[in-house]
Design a binder for this molecule. Structure first.
Ligand SMILES: [Zn+2]
Length: 380
């Protein structure tokens, strides 16, 4: 592995660092990294790795670019909206450093393809936003003995670590043996995220990758770094490997990849309609015909109501439901809507436990209303 004259000029600020030098830069050039996700975390990770001279970067993403991504996903520009993220990422990275080989995997990582995707790479970096993929990535990396550079973000908080039982540290399951119940932890789409937060956490992940590549410094193996942007505070937790861990412990019970959707309690969407759901068309009928006697309630939060709401639909925020449900009539028929139809299903289940009989959740929420009924209502 040699560096040509252009590369020597390009990486000169690395080459004059004694900790990197020519030998370290050659190690960076010979390293390959699989980046799972080309979104908020994947953007700074892949861009800095390409700029730093990582020889090969694989990008796994099956999604397309949406307007709501542009607030933080700097790999993609306004002109990329609607295009595959993997393709857009490749073009951006080529622009940053044409010497970097970018391999596209325009697919969803699954238990069937995870080993084949990960095996050719030295290091895996987790830029995913959902629990099934996070556990899948963890287990596949443990079983293939690949370092898994982990990061996650939510609202104003983020965390990062390096999971590598083969280097003496714990894995993600040692830290979080069980996934949270489905619906308990809202996604960034439901809960929001500060745009620069993935920039900070992703840069920490990219830093760890470069350190692993050159073999210098103390890595985050065995440590969990916690960051709060509102307080501007970093904290650190020591992590220990759990001898009882089902994948990296003394007596592992997971020796091959499992069904991670099922493990995380995500039930496949039934092909027939959910009996607790109605469509936005049903909601329109209810609003147009008061004689039907159906009341529609918006259970989103006041900030969301201010962004977009449907005229004539009163607000009863989910965060106040436990205190205020007694204001509602348990014998009245209600349709509940939220942003995309996830929280309203949880609210329906809660109210049924309180003795309410005639409740439905509006499938797709106000975003479906905006798409199918009234485009004057903004989507967010
Ligand atoms: Zn473990």
């Amino acid at each position: 592995m040699e560096l040509n004259h252009d590369e020597i000029r390009r990486y000169s600020r690395h080459l004059i660092l004694p900790e990197v030098g020519l030998a370290g830069q050659k190690k960076i050039k010979s390293a390959s990294v699989l980046c799972i996700g080309a979104g908020g975390l994947g953007s700074p990770i892949a861009m800095y790795l390409a700029a730093a001279g990582i020889g090969k970067i694989g990008i796994v993403d099956f999604d397309t670019v949406d307007y709501s991504n542009l607030q933080r996903q700097l790999l993609h520009t306004d002109a990329d909206v609607g295009r595959p993220k993997a393709q857009s990422a490749k073009e951006t990275l080529h622009g940053v450093n044409p010497n970097c080989e970018v391999v596209l995997h325009n697919t969803r990582i699954t238990s069937e393809n995870a080993f084949d995707l990960i095996r050719p790479y030295d290091i895996v970096v987790d830029g995913t936003d959902n629990f099934p993929t996070r556990y899948l990535t963890n287990d596949a990396c443990v079983l293939l003995k690949k370092p898994n550079v982990y990061g996650s973000i939510f609202r104003f908080e983020g965390q990062a670590s390096v999971f590598a039982p083969h280097l003496g540290g714990p894995c993600y399951r040692c830290l979080y043996p069980e996934p949270p119940p489905p619906g308990m932890v809202p996604s960034c789409a439901e809960g929001g995220v500060l745009g620069v937060l993935p920039g900070i956490i992703g840069c920490i992940q990219a830093t760890e990758i470069l350190k692993l590549a050159i073999g210098k410094g103390s890595s985050l193996v065995g440590r969990l770094l916690l960051f709060n942007a509102l307080d501007m505070k970093f904290r650190e937790l020591k992590l220990r490997r759990d001898p009882e861990c089902p994948v990296c412990g003394e007596h592992p019970t997971i020796k091959e990849l499992i069904d991670y959707e099922m493990f995380c309690g995500i039930v496949p969407q039934p092909t027939e309609a959910n009996p607790d759901e109605v469509t936005v068309q049903d909601m329109k009928k209810a609003l147009d015909n008061p004689a039907l006697g159906i009341k529609v309630l918006d259970i989103r939060e006041p900030d969301e109501y201010e962004i977009a709401h449907i005229d004539g639909v009163p607000l009863l925020p989910m965060s106040q439901l436990r205190q205020r449900f007694t204001e509602l009539d348990p014998n009245q028929q209600y349709y509940l809507h939220c942003k995309v139809g996830e929280r309203s299903l949880v609210a329906v289940a809660f109210l049924k436990q309180q003795g309410f009989k005639y409740l439905k959740s509006v499938k797709g929420g106000i975003n479906a209303w905006s798409e199918e009924i009234d485009s004057n209502v903004p989507r967010y």
